[in-house]
Design a binder for this molecule. Structure first.
Ligand code: DGT
Ligand code: CA
Ligand code: CA
Ligand code: ZN
Length: 587
C-alpha cells in the first residue's frame, strides 16, 4: 500500500477573504479611485461574509461566479487567495497605502476624502502623526478645517483607542471556539473549556481564558504555543501559557488537574467581584475557596481538600444553587441563589421565531423563500416576520406602499403552501426626523407586525430624539421599536436618547423595545434589559438578518438576554404563534 502525503496549503476562509476585500475597498477609496470599483469590492465583501456556503467548496465546484456580484475580475482574486493566500494585485495595492493610514479610517468623522488629504498634503501616516498635527494647529490653515474639527478628531481618536482594546463578543467567541477545537485535537487533551468574560457573554472581551485537562500537560502546552494561529508567545511554563493570536487578541491556556477543574472553571469565569463575594461566604463557613478547590480549615489550622472537580459543588459548599455564568457579576445573583430564587434564564431552544429580517426586496441578500426555508429547516422556527425597509432609508431600496401591497400578496400565496409554519407580514418602518412614519396608516394596518426604527439624523439633541421616538411608538400600529439606542459596538455610541423615558413610555403604551441580536448591535444591552424587567415590560429578540445565515445571530441575542436576567416567559418570540398574534393585535 502506498501513502501520499499532501502538503497543506494555507487557504483563506469566507471571513478572511471578506476582510481582504473590505481592506482593498478602503485602499482604493483613499487612493481616490473610481467609486464603482470601491463599491464592487465592498459589496462582494458583504456578500462573501454572509454566504451560507464555504467559499472554498464553491471554488472546487467552479461556482464562484454564481455568487451575486462576483464577476470575472473578482473571481480571479478569490481564486488566488484560495490557492495561495495572496494576490499580486492586492499585495501591490497594500504597499501603496501604509497600514497606519488605513487605521485613520477607523476614526469617527474621518472618511476616505479627508484621510487622502491628510496623507497626501500633510504626510500623515499614523494616528500618532495625526495627534501631533492637531496639537500644532497646522490644520487650521486649511479650508474646511476649523477648531471644531480639531476637537472632533481628538474625541474620535480617544474613542478609537478605547474601542480597540477589547473585541466584540461576536468576533471573539468564534475565535475562542476555533481555538478550543484546535486544543481539543492535541493528543492527550481530554477536556477544554472557555472561561473568563466570554463564558459570561460580556459584550466585549479583553482576553481569552481557556482551561484544559491533559494526560501530558507539558507536551500540551508545547503543542499549543506552536499552533499556526499563534503570533507571539509572551510566557510559557509547564502548565500554562500566555500568547497573542493572529487576530491580535491575547489568550491564556492553563492545564488543570481533574480534581480541581470545577474550582478552576469557577475561579477563571469570574467576574472578579462575584468571586470575591463567594470567597467571603466561604470564609464565614471556615472554608478557603480558590482555583484549586474548596478547603476546610481544621482545628490544627491545616486546610483539608473538600471538593473541586465539579463547579456546582463550589456553589453548594456555600449554600447556593448553581448560578449561570452570564449573571455572575455580584449584582444580586448571590442573594437570590441563597433563597433558590434565581430567574430561569431564556435558552436558545425557547425561541420559536424571528420578528425582524430583510429580504432581497429591500437590502437583504436572499429571497423570502430562502429565508423561510432556512428559518424552518435550520433554525427550527414556527414563524418568521419579513420586515423590509421603507423608502426613506437611503440605499436600501425600501418598499413604497405599492410594493408593500405586492409583498403582502406574495406572502399570502407562500403561506398557503406552508405547513406548520407561517410567514408574518411586517415592515421596518423608518422614523423620519420629525417622528413621522415612512408609511401611511392604511398600509401599516394591513401588516401583522410593524417595527419602527431610526436610521438617519443620529445627531439630534436628547430631547428632540426622545420625543421623536415616543411619537413613533404612539402610532397604534407600531408594536416594536427596533435597535432602540442605535449603538454599534466599538463603532458608534448610542444616539442621544433618554432611554429610561422611552422605556417608561413603552410600558404605558404596552409597546416592545427590541433586543437586536445582530452581533455588533446587542441593543438593548444588558443594563437596559434589567430596567425593562424591573418595570415589567416584555421583550422580543430579533436578528435583523440581511441574509439567511444571519438568522444564526440569534444566539448572541439570547446570550445578551441572559446577561439581562431575561426569562423565556417574557419574550414574545418564545411564545407559540397564536399567543404572539393575539398579543400583537391587542397592543
Ligand atoms: P476581560 O478579559 O477583561 O474581558 O475580563 P475577564 O473577566 O475575563 O478577566 P480576566 O481575563 O482578567 O480574568 C479572568 C477571570 O479570572 C476573572 O473573570 C476572574 C478571575 N480573576 C482574575 N483576577 C482575579 C483576582 O484578582 N481575584 C479574583 N478573585 N479573581 C480574579
Ligand atoms: Ca479574559
Ligand atoms: Ca485573562
Ligand atoms: Zn437593512
Amino acid at each position: 500500500m502506498q501513502f501520499t502525503l499532501k502538503r497543506k496549503i494555507k487557504t483563506m476562509d469566507n471571513r478572511e477573504i471578506a476582510q481582504k476585500f473590505y481592506k482593498v475597498a478602503d485602499i482604493l477609496e483613499v487612493l481616490g479611485q473610481n467609486q464603482f470599483r470601491v463599491n464592487a469590492y465592498r459589496r462582494a465583501a458583504q456578500t462573501i461574509e454572509s454566504l451560507p456556503e464555504d467559499i472554498n467548496e464553491l471554488y472546487k465546484q467552479n461556482k464562484l461566479t454564481e455568487i451575486p456580484g462576483i464577476g470575472a475580475g473578482l473571481k480571479e482574486k478569490i481564486e488566488e487567495l484560495i490557492t495561495s493566500a495572496h494576490s499580486k494585485e492586492i499585495d501591490d495595492l497594500e504597499k501603496k497605502v501604509p497600514i497606519g493610514v488605513l487605521e485613520l479610517l477607523s476614526i469617527e468623522g474621518l472618511g476616505p476624502k479627508k484621510v487622502k488629504f491628510l496623507n497626501s498634503k500633510l504626510h500623515i501616516n499614523s494616528i500618532n502623526d495625526l495627534i501631533k498635527l492637531i496639537k500644532s494647529h497646522r490644520l487650521l490653515k486649511f479650508k474646511g478645517w476649523g477648531e471644531k474639527s480639531e476637537i472632533n478628531i481628538l474625541q474620535g481618536v480617544e474613542q478609537y483607542k478605547k474601542f480597540s482594546e477589547r473585541l466584540p463578543l461576536g468576533i471573539a467567541l468564534p475565535i475562542a471556539e476555533e481555538l478550543a477545537e484546535k486544543i481539543k485535537n492535541i493528543p492527550g487533551v481530554k477536556r477544554v473549556e472557555i472561561c473568563g468574560s466570554i463564558r459570561r457573554r460580556r459584550e466585549t472581551i479583553g482576553d481569552l481564558d481557556l482551561l484544559a485537562i491533559s494526560a501530558h500537560p507539558e507536551k500540551t502546552i508545547n503543542s499549543f504555543v506552536h499552533l499556526s494561529v499563534i503570533k507571539q508567545v509572551k510566557a510559557s511554563g509547564p502548565t500554562k501559557a500566555n500568547v497573542v493570536l493572529k487576530q491580535g487578541i491575547e489568550a491564556d491556556l492553563r492545564v488543570i488537574k481533574p480534581e480541581s477543574f470545577g474550582a478552576a472553571m469557577n475561579y477563571f469565569t469570574g467576574s472578579k467581584a462575584h468571586n470575591i463575594h463567594i470567597r467571603k461566604l466561604g470564609q464565614a463557613r471556615n472554608l478557603k475557596i480558590n482555583e484549586y478547590g474548596v478547603f476546610k480549615k481544621e482545628k490544627s489550622g491545616k486546610f483539608k481538600f473538600l471538593t473541586g472537580a465539579e463547579e456546582i459543588n463550589v456553589f453548594k459548599s456555600v449554600g447556593l444553587s448553581y448560578i449561570p455564568p452570564e449573571i455572575r457579576e455580584d449584582e444580586g445573583e448571590i442573594e437570590l441563589a441563597k433563597q433558590n430564587k434565581l430567574p430561569r434564564l431564556i435558552e436558545d431552544k425557547d425561541i420559536k421565531g424571528d420578528l425582524q429580517c430583510h429580504s432581497e426586496a429591500s437590502d437583504g441578500a436572499d429571497s423570502i423563500e430562502e429565508l423561510v426555508a432556512y428559518a424552518q429547516k435550520v433554525m427550527g422556527y414556527k414563524y418568521l416576520a419579513i420586515t423590509d425597509h421603507t423608502p426613506s432609508v437611503g440605499v436600501t431600496h425600501g418598499l413604497n406602499p405599492k410594493r408593500v401591497l405586492e409583498q403582502i400578496k406574495k406572502i399570502d400565496r407562500l403561506n398557503k403552501k406552508l405547513r406548520n409554519f407561517r410567514i408574518l407580514k411586517g415592515m421596518e418602518v423608518d422614523i423620519k426626523a420629525d417622528g413621522q412614519l415612512d408609511l401611511p396608516d392604511e398600509i401599516l394596518k394591513k401588516l401583522d407586525v410593524v417595527i419602527a426604527a431610526i436610521h438617519t439624523g443620529f445627531k439630534q439633541p436628547t430631547e428632540i430624539m426622545t420625543e421623536r421616538i415616543i411619537k413613533a411608538i404612539r402610532n397604534p400600529y407600531v408594536k416594536i421599536l427596533a435597535h432602540p439606542t442605535g449603538r454599534i459596538i466599538n463603532k458608534r455610541m448610542p444616539y442621544n436618547v433618554d432611554i429610561e423615558k422611552v422605556i417608561l413610555e413603552a410600558k404605558k403604551l404596552n409597546k416592545i423595545l427590541e433586543l437586536n441580536a445582530y452581533w455588533n448591535r446587542l441593543d438593548l444591552n444588558d443594563v437596559n434589559l434589567k430596567l425593562v424587567k424591573k418595570i415589567g415590560l416584555k421583550n422580543v429578540i430579533n436578528t435583523d438578518a440581511h441574509a439567511r445565515v444571519e438568522l444564526k445571530n440569534m444566539r448572541y441575542g439570547v446570550m445578551t438576554a441572559r446577561r439581562g436576567w431575561v426569562e423565556a416567559k417574557d419574550v414574545i418570540n418564545a411564545w407559540p404563534m397564536e399567543r404572539l398574534l393575539k398579543f400583537l393585535k391587542k397592543t
